[in-house]
Design a protein around this ligand. Structure first.
Ligand code: FAD
Length: 526
């Protein structure tokens, strides 16, 4: 194997793989080093139990940038996402609420609870879709990195996007940036039943409640997903989320990149403030002209470089960048489907996402417990049963059900190490909560995988279990992600770059950090 490379990428998460594909496509000699035996990081498919393939962590796709799919020809390498048709919210009544891609069907569902809200829903979606297009363009370009002349140019390039907005849309944008998800939704709707699942999009991956200012922006972040040109549409990757990562890996390999798994990097070698190579867990050293880390900023700079090589202001900035994981995951292998009391039987309502979010107060109370170091006794759950859409991931007649759960605070009152003792209780709490709406679910469970934030940290390398490599709060976005002066994928160590979700534009299976980092490197003629 070559001893010197143009670029070594640490981490084979989807962003590292996208970055590798772009650099290799431009003719560079690229090596990817992944710690685990599988590729994809948090965007991974694994056969956890015989015959049952899970999207173990990330479970639905929407944010992945269409430009990357096109430029890297990912469809050729197996990228295929099947859109979901429904968002179902079980309730303690005779109906529950299902929102469908069909507008008329959604109108009649919402009008059961509020005619006013059913009337407004279409306008709400149209406004958010317009604003999402602006946001999607901002995340498709590098963030301004400071206040030099060229940075101001980037800012002014963004302004025409905003100038296109109608005055009322501009007003909505400002409100989205400043309000809580609930305050924002209060301006549109009256029904708590509708506001609850909508506001839940504002808390995904954050350590905030639906009434915390700033969560309206997270709602927009989850709205700007796009499948086949349709905004706010989410879908399942055929073969599980890992197939997106594998498509990126195959594109990289087709252009000559080399990928090694079970290759844990323990150190970035630094000489005279310059990165010269890496050291692997077994002691092997590999030299490269550029090192690009797919790890989060803390792991990259504190972990692999070491504070001794860093300027004091970088050490301070890294200390300010918060992670505070708040999510867990429970994956179920089932021999039958859940039967929801409010909408019995097997219907299309099971084919999309299923949100346990019966009211705004329910969600806020779930956060209240987390604030004081306990997992929610009645958590918010976002469940999907992708085997209904893609039967290849479960044995015939059986299913996988994936449950994303909040809140599961990394810092328990008794210390994060006690997650190992509380894992089982956490899993049972999730089942109890689901059985409030779908009794006898337990009768169908053949196997269960429980992932606490501590497991996400240990198994996936997600610091403090944060699913986005650092909170997606307004103070950690754009030129502040991960810190002033470091938003351009560079680090204070020459030749060491970053390409993971801890950089602009942040977390989610978007590929954007990997793409933008690669393009920044290519502009520098690596
Ligand atoms: C439970 C959960 C649910 C989620 N749900 C969704 C969802 O439905 N939709 C969505 O869009 N997003 C979701 N996300 C967020 C999304 O998955 C992540 O933001 C994204 O996958 C991060 O990608 P990345 O490439 O930046 O980093 P990662 O995926 O974290 O990749 C980093 C890679 O580096 C490797 N690594 C770590 N240390 C070393 C080392 N020392 N040496 C070598 N390799 C190393 C890791 O093993 C990993 O493969 C979810 C995340 C989680 C955890």
């Amino acid at each position: 194997m070559n001893s010197s490379w143009d670029a070594v990428i640490i981490g084979g998460g989807h962003n590292g793989l996208v970055c590798a594909a772009y650099l290799a496509r431009a003719g560079h000699k690229v090596l990817v080093l992944e710690r685990r035996e599988v590729l994809g990081g948090a965007a991974v498919s694994e056969e956890v139990f015989p015959g049952f393939t899970f999207s173990v962590a990330s479970y639905v796709i929407s944010l992945f940038r269409p430009r990357i799919i096109r430029e890297l020809e990912l469809a050729k390498y197996g990228y295929q996402v099947i859109p979901m048709d429904c968002a179902f919210q079980p309730l303690h009544d005779q109906h529950g609420l299902a929102r469908w891609s069909d507008a008329d069907r959604t109108y009649s569902e919402i009008s059961r609870y509020s005619r006013h809200d059913a009337e407004n829903y279409h306008d709400f979606k149209r406004t958010l879709t317009r604003l999402s297009r602006i946001a999607a363009q901002i995340i498709s370009r590098p963030a301004p990195t400071g206040f030099r002349l060229q940075d101001l140019r980037t800012l002014t390039e963004m302004l025409p996007l905003i100038r296109d907005l109608e005055p009322h849309e501009l007003q909505q944008l400002v409100r989205l940036l400043t309000l809580s998800a609930v305050d924002f939704l209060d301006e549109w709707f009256e029904s708590d039943i509708l506001k609850a699942p909508l506001s839940a999009s504002g808390i995904i991956g954050t350590f905030q409640g639906v009434r915390s200012p700033g969560t309206a922006y997270v709602l927009l972040h989850h709205y700007m997903g796009e499948l086949d040109g349709a905004f706010r549409s989410w879908g399942f990757a055929r073969g599980g989320t890992g197939s997106v990562s594998l498509a990126c890996a195959k594109a990289a390999q087709a252009h000559g990149a080399v990928i090694r798994t079970e290759a844990e990097v323990t150190q970035v070698r630094v000489r005279n403030n310059r990165a010269t190579g890496i050291v692997l867990a077994g002691g092997e050293e590999i030299s490269a002209r550029r090192i690009i880390s797919n790890l989060d900023p803390r792991r990259t700079l504190h972990g692999l470089v070491g504070a001794v090589h860093l300027p004091e202001d970088t050490v301070n900035a890294l200390a300010r960048f918060t992670y505070r994981g708040s999510s867990g995951k429970v994956n179920l292998a089932l021999d039958g489907l859940p039967d929801f009391t409010c909408r019995p039987g097997i219907g299309d309502h099971l084919r999309g996402d299923i949100a346990i979010a019966p009211s705004v107060d329910y969600l806020e109370q779930a956060f209240d417990e987390a604030k004081y170091g306990a997992f929610s006794s009645r958590p918010f759950i976002n469940a999907v049963i992708p085997s209904l859409t893609d039967p290849s991931i479960a044995p015939p007649g059986k299913h996988v059900m994936s449950c994303f759960v909040q809140y599961a605070p990394y810092d328990l009152a008794e210390g994060h190490e006690t997650w190992s003792l509380q894992r089982e209780a956490f899993g049972q709490t999730v089942l109890d909560t689901l059985e409030e709406f779908a009794p006898k679910l337990r009768d169908h469970i053949e196997h269960m995988q429980i992932l606490t934030p501590l497991d996400l940290e240990r198994d996936f390398g997600l610091t403090e279990g944060n699913i986005f490599h650092g909170e997606l709060s307004l103070n950690q976005l754009l030129f502040q992600r991960p810190a002033w002066g470091m938003a351009g994928y560079r680090t204070p160590i020459r030749n060491l770059w970053m390409c993971g979700s801890g950089t602009h534009p942040g977390g989610g299976v978007m590929g954007a950090s990997g793409e933008l980092a690669a393009k920044a490197l290519l502009r520098e003629r690596i």
